[in-house]
Design a binder for this molecule. Structure first.
Ligand code: AMP
Length: 642
């Protein structure tokens, strides 16, 4: 069996790692560098690409032909991309449900193709270092990547000639790198991962060698890049006040882009330096032929400029803890992952929020888990290089899959609920959010209308009550024999495999006829912000509940109206006129409540509708009894009893 490398395919940097004789390490490229900038330069039509450090250097001179942060575009549709995200220095195209493409020298590149270039380089570096072919890999993704984004990552691996043995969530991989043999048997840890482009806070439990993700929360559009943008804006202002060119976005013209790229690079360098220095100099000689720029930037000023961005991560931390039903004090450790967590402000705030004690702080003889420790809060552990933890963890997972580290198993969770649309447009959850994967779950469904010949399986992802408020992952039809409503039985089963990919099976119970659909292509799958979805579900919880109650009441009212009208028509001639009027009044009341449905929100007053339907039920009781008697009479007559 060939070895399996671990790859951290990052927004800013990518790394490849391997386990050698039980020890994980990051593989360096021939120049001895372990971090490969996730940057790809396309020099000309049909020319070979340049990847990593050399591409990063060219980025300044050729901003329009050099792709960075491509991870932000992986598996996403044109309509998912916000305008400001399009403001990278290379042309991004994509609209509506079409895929996103990057236009380089007249060729439309997909984000997967660009990522594949990075993966090819890592594969080649690993092969050169190990002296053997590398064909199998574990690749990590942010915990909030949806199916489309995970599948795009798998495709990128395949394009690069790699079999992707497993997709692993970044925090889970990091926990592996940190937790392998350091933690006690039962420990709970929070993984705070702030990288270049994404943020996650995951709560994990290590229980006798088995990792389980209790919850995960984050934002796929929050990271060090956002801090850089603030510093860039600050420097642009300073440049302008010093009499330099106006580099503000409003005046951005293509000839200013190279300057802006230089400012961006200087901003990031200054930000990084300010993690170890309290003040630094930003120097941009010959920004224009007749303008040299220098200024001083202090750590305090950097913190002022970016503090609110770091603080935005706090809500995700709280939410993740609450999803895991844990207080911060119940955690044993908080581990920091991602280059941006080197920033002292990040460490300080995280430490404050979680009530942490410094890792290794002298506490006499007391050990993790002691009462004293619990009272003092979790330890802040920065023991593993935050840039490398994810890749090391991926390599460990690769080793587990290749047969090493046998007693360690990884369990992940679904970031959002998965289900199907049912009658009336409601979401029926089959796998709730934060369920441990791999998982298989199913339910039986039936028809709502007589003689239905097929059922539409509309697969949804999200936390909202109504189908239309959730994301549509895809739809397909299962055909069956026509039968009265409620008779056909269709079993729908969802299976999420270890890579987080969803397989949906629908089976007609009577004939065994079935279809299995993999929710695969990026184009078939909607992408949006998981965080936004969860926030919206909380913000709209009351309205959503009312909408569900309204739809359910409406379905019940509709059934009662049809049944009443049918019976009334049948026995109209025999009805007492007063009773007929009473029936009509009750029918009118139900219809009038239904007509009050707000066309915009598609909801009405569920309590009033339920009351009107109950009143109609009550009024129709004598009619129902009369109809039943008539049916019995007819039956007995037919049998010759009467
Ligand atoms: P990652 O995605 O983990 O490679 O993290 C990359 C992000 O970390 C980028 O935004 C970097 O600017 C940032 N970063 C790397 N090193 C440092 C540092 N020493 N201080 C602050 N930020 C850093």
């Amino acid at each position: 069996m060939s070895r399996i490398v671990g790859i951290d395919l990052g927004t800013t940097n990518s790394l490849v790692a391997i386990v050698d004789s039980g020890i994980p390490y990051v593989i360096a490229d021939p120049e001895g560098q372990r971090l490969t900038p996730s940057v790809v330069h396309v020099p000309g039509p049909g020319a070979a690409t340049i990847v990593g450090h050399p591409a990063n250097r060219v980025r300044i001179l050729k901003p329009a032909e050099t792709v960075y942060s491509v991870k932000r575009f992986m598996g996403r549709r044109g309509s998912d991309i916000a305008r400001e995200e399009m403001l990278v220095t290379y042309p991004v195209a994509g609209s509506g449900s079409g895929p996103v493409t990057l236009q380089l020298h007249g060729r439309a590149w997909t984000p997967e193709e660009i990522s594949a270039e990075i993966l090819r380089k890592l594969k080649a570096d690993a092969e050169a270092s190990l002296g053997e072919p590398v064909t199998r890999a574990v690749i990590t993704v942010p915990a909030y990547f949806n199916d489309a984004q995970r599948n795009a990552t798998i495709r990128a691996g395949e394009l690069a000639g790699l079999t992707v043995e497993r997709i692993v969530n970044e925090p889970t991989a990091a926990a592996l790198a940190y937790g392998l043999d350091k933690l006690k048997d039962k420990a709970r840890i929070a993984v705070y991962d702030l990288g270049g482009g994404t943020f996650d806070l995951s709560v994990l439990e290590l229980n006798q060698g088995v990792f389980q993700v209790l919850s995960t929360h984050g934002d796929t559009r929050l990271g060090g890049d956002d801090l850089d943008k603030r510093v860039v804006a600050h420097l642009c202002q300073e440049i302008r006040s010093a009499g330099g060119p106006d580099l503000s976005p409003a005046t951005n013209t293509p000839d200013l882009l190279p300057l802006l790229s230089r400012v961006r690079e200087a901003a990031e360098r200054a930000k990084i330096r300010l993690s170890s220095e309290t003040e630094t100099e930003v120097s941009l000689p010959f920004l224009t032929p007749d303008f040299n720029f220098t200024c001083r930037l202090s750590r305090a000023r950097l913190e002022e400029l970016t503090r609110d961005i770091v603080e935005r991560t706090r809500a995700h931390c709280l939410r993740s803890l609450s999803d895991a039903k844990l207080e911060a004090s119940a955690l044993d450790q908080v581990i920091l992952v991602g280059g941006q967590t080197r920033m002292p402000l990040v460490r300080k705030l995280v430490s404050e929020w979680f009530g942490c004690v410094e890792f290794g702080e002298v506490r006499g003889d007391l050990r993790l888990g002691d009462e004293y420790h619990k009272a003092k809060g979790p330890e802040l552990n920065t023991g593993v290089n935050p840039d490398e933890a994810v890749a090391l963890g991926a390599a460990i997972q690769g080793e587990i899959l290749a047969g090493g580290f046998r007693n360690l198993l990884l369990l992940d969770v679904t970031p959002l609920s998965l289900g199907i649309e049912t009658f009336g447009g409601l979401m029926n959850v089959i796998i709730p959010r934060n369920t441990t994967i791999p998982v298989k779950a199913g339910e039986l469904f039936t028809t709502a209308v007589d003689n239905q010949r097929s059922m539409l399986i509309h697969v949804l992802q999200g936390e909202r009550e109504r189908a239309m408020d959730n994301w549509s992952l895809g739809r397909f039809e299962l055909e069956f024999e026509a039968a009265p409503k409620g008779v056909p039985r269709v079993g729908v089963q969802f299976e999420i495999d270890a890579n987080g990919v969803l397989h949906v099976l629908a089976r007609d119970v009577k004939t065994g006829h079935q279809k299995v659909v993999q929710m695969k292509s990026a184009v078939d799958v909607d992408d949006a912000d998981v965080q936004k979805m969860v926030e919206e579900s909380v913000a709209n919880a009351f309205d959503d509940l009312r909408a569900r109650q309204w739809i359910e009441a409406k379905i019940r009212a509709g059934e009662t109206l049809i049944a009443t009208r049918k019976t009334m028509a049948e026995y109209d001639a025999e009805l007492d006129p007063d009773y007929r009027t009473q029936l009509h009044q009750a029918l009118d009341e139900v219809e009038s409540v239904l007509s009050l449905e707000n066309p915009k929100t598609k909801t009405g007053d569920p309590a009033r509708l339920k009351a009107a339907t109950a009143a109609l039920d009550e009024v129709t009781k004598p009619l129902a009894e009369y109809a039943m008697d008539k049916v019995m009479e007819a039956m007995l007559r037919k049998k010759g009893v009467l």
